[in-house]
Structure formats: C-alpha cells, structure tokens
Design a protein around this ligand. Structure first.
Ligand code: 8YV
Length: 319
C-alpha cells in the first residue's frame, strides 16, 4: 500500500506524477482543520508536503502516523521542530537550491534602493521627466562601498561573492562562526554586530528567525547605523523590529531600506513603509523565479520520498 501524503501546495505536473507514483496524494489548498476531509487525511498521513502554514504541537498531534514533513523552503520558523523530533518525525527542507536566487534578490534590493530605481522609473511613467535631471534625482553609489552581512550561511556567502567580485565592495560580517575561507576569498572582515552597524553602507540580513534573532535589529541598533546607510532584509521580517525601522526611517537615522520580508505577511497596504520613497518593498520574492521554485519543489519531493523510504542523505533538519 502506498503511503498517504498530504500536499498543500500545487506542484508542477511532472513532480506531481513523480510523487503520485510513490504515494497516495491528498491535496488541499492550505492547512485548515475546518475541512473534515483534511482532518481525516492528516490523521492517516505519513508525509506532509508544502510551504508555510503553522505546523505547531497541536497540528502535529492531529497527525499520529506522520513520519516526515517536507517544506518547500529553506526556512522553517513556522514549524515546531522539537515537537517533530519528539515524535521521531523527520523535517526536510531545501537549503541549497535557492541560494543564488536569494543572493541575486538581495543585490537587486541594494541597487534598487540606492539608485532609486522604482522611484525614478515611476517618475518617468508619471510624465515628470521634462528636462535634464537635477541633483534631487541622484542616487548613491554601490561599488566600492562597505557591505555588512549579518549571517554568513550559504546566502551570506553568495551575497559576499557578488559584492566583492562584482562591485569591489568591502565586506564586513557577523555570524556565529568566523570562516577563514570567507575572509580569504572575499577579503572579508569578521567583526562585532556593533562595528558592522557603525561602518556599513549596506546592512544586509540573511538570518533565519529564531528566539535569538527575533528583533535583533531594533532601536539601539538603528541608532548605531550611519545616516546615509541602508538596511536590506531578505531573511525573515521579525529579525527586524518593524516599528523601530519605521521610526528610524522617519527620523532619518538611516537613508532607506530594501525589504523582501516583513513581520506580518502579506504586508498591509496601509503600512507606513509603503508610503516612503526611500523604501523598496517586494512581496517575499527572494526565491521566486520559475527555475528556482521548480528546483525547490523538486528537491522537496525527493526529500519526502527519501525520508519516507528511510534513505535520507541530506537536507534533514533534525536527524
Ligand atoms: C519562500 C523562503 O518564501 O525558502 C524560504 O525560507 O523564505 C522563500 O524561499 C518559501 O519557499 C515559501 O514558498
């Protein structure tokens, strides 16, 4: 008998078929106990595949046969890993396939906010380009500036590579570990968070959300940043205290922000952030390219099959 898999995100046709050849798929639009069919499917499921949703202790209790959760994401702050581990349930994720795409997104935010691309592109569309441009439309250089990277995992390294080789930037970084290869390859300097905030022109966050990283960047940290510096966040929204960010922008403690992630997503259309010209906000598109989203789904399907076959070689968070 095939194992039952609850799928809560659409898969490309070929991946859906691959999964169907191994498992009986019960497909839902989201993780909602409102539907009796969902409750029954979850109660019988060996596997769970999708992205997002709140997979907490209560959720896991409703799935007594669960052996593996495969998230189509690198981040898993929405999942109670300890509760899974206590039940011997494997948590699989997709840490490698999205690295370059997220680093590209971060570089795009760096350039967009400092060169004011969305704002000035909008000016043309509004018919405001009537003569040669004046200094009030000038941007700020990126090349040869200092980039401070908070979190030096795969994405941090891919960003350092772009900034160093592509833009001749000086790299500062703060992470749990100092990496000799990062220092050598990107001529990077490992430093305290305080030094990084004080010296960087672009403070770039690539951290996951954990109890330790929640609101790591708040009022006190903004007060250390240079008034002409920019905050770039493509890690998780709640690593930054959003209220403190809004205040820092209003009081011109920093020059602007490039944001892919927010404390509450989707970001409300009434957020003060969206009324600020010096904020480039995008809707959590870090990994959102056709190629990478396909690769993530493929990786997650393979992860789930491997976990349910007890043949895990990589991508397991907890075992
Ligand atoms: C997506 C992400 O939001 O992988 C992550 O952790 O934040 C993004 O790639 C996620 O894959 C949900 O679709």
């Amino acid at each position: 008998m095939k194992p039952i898999v609850v799928l809560y995100q659409d898969l490309p046709e070929d991946l859906q078929q691959k999964l169907a050849s191994f498992a009986e798929i019960k497909q839902f639009r989201s993780l909602s106990f409102d539907s009796a069919d969902f409750c029954t499917a979850l109660a019988n499921a060996s596997g769970l595949l999708g992205a997002g949703g709140n997979i907490d202790k209560h959720f896991i209790e409703q799935a007594p046969n669960l052996k593996a959760v495969s998230t189509i994401s690198v981040g898993y702050d929405n999942i109670d890993v300890q509760a899974l581990t206590e039940r011997n349930i494997k948590l699989m994720h997709t840490p490698t396939v999205l690295t370059d795409t997220v680093a590209d997104t971060m570089m795009a935010l760096v350039l967009s906010v400092s060169r004011r691309i969305p704002e000035l592109a909008d000016n043309i569309k509004q018919g405001l380009w009537l003569k040669g441009i004046t200094p009030d439309w000038y941007g700020t250089d990126v090349h040869h500036k200092t980039m401070g990277i908070i979190g030096m995992g795969r994405i941090g390294k891919a960003l350092a590579k772009r900034a160093h080789f592509g833009f001749d930037m000086k790299i500062l970084y703060q992470s749990r570990t100092e990496y000799a290869e990062v220092n050598d390859r990107f001529n990077a300097t490992y430093c305290s968070l305080e030094t990084l905030l004080q010296q960087s022109d672009f403070v770039c966050i690539t951290l996951p959300l954990t109890a330790e990283t929640h609101h790591l960047i708040s009022k006190a940290q903004f007060s250390l940043m240079k008034p002409d510096s920019y905050l770039i966040n493509a890690g998780r929204g709640a690593v930054v205290d959003e209220k403190a960010l809004i205040t820092a922008l209003e009081q011109k403690e920093i020059a602007g922000a490039g944001l892919d992630v927010f404390e509450k997503e989707p970001l409300s259309a009434s957020s003060p952030l969206l009324a600020m010209k010096n904020v480039v906000a995008v809707p959590h598109i870090g990994s959102a390219t056709k190629e990478t989203r396909y690769a993530m789904a493929q990786c997650a399907v393979d992860n789930l099959i491997a976990a349910l076959k007890d043949k895990v070689k990589e991508n397991c968070v907890n075992f």
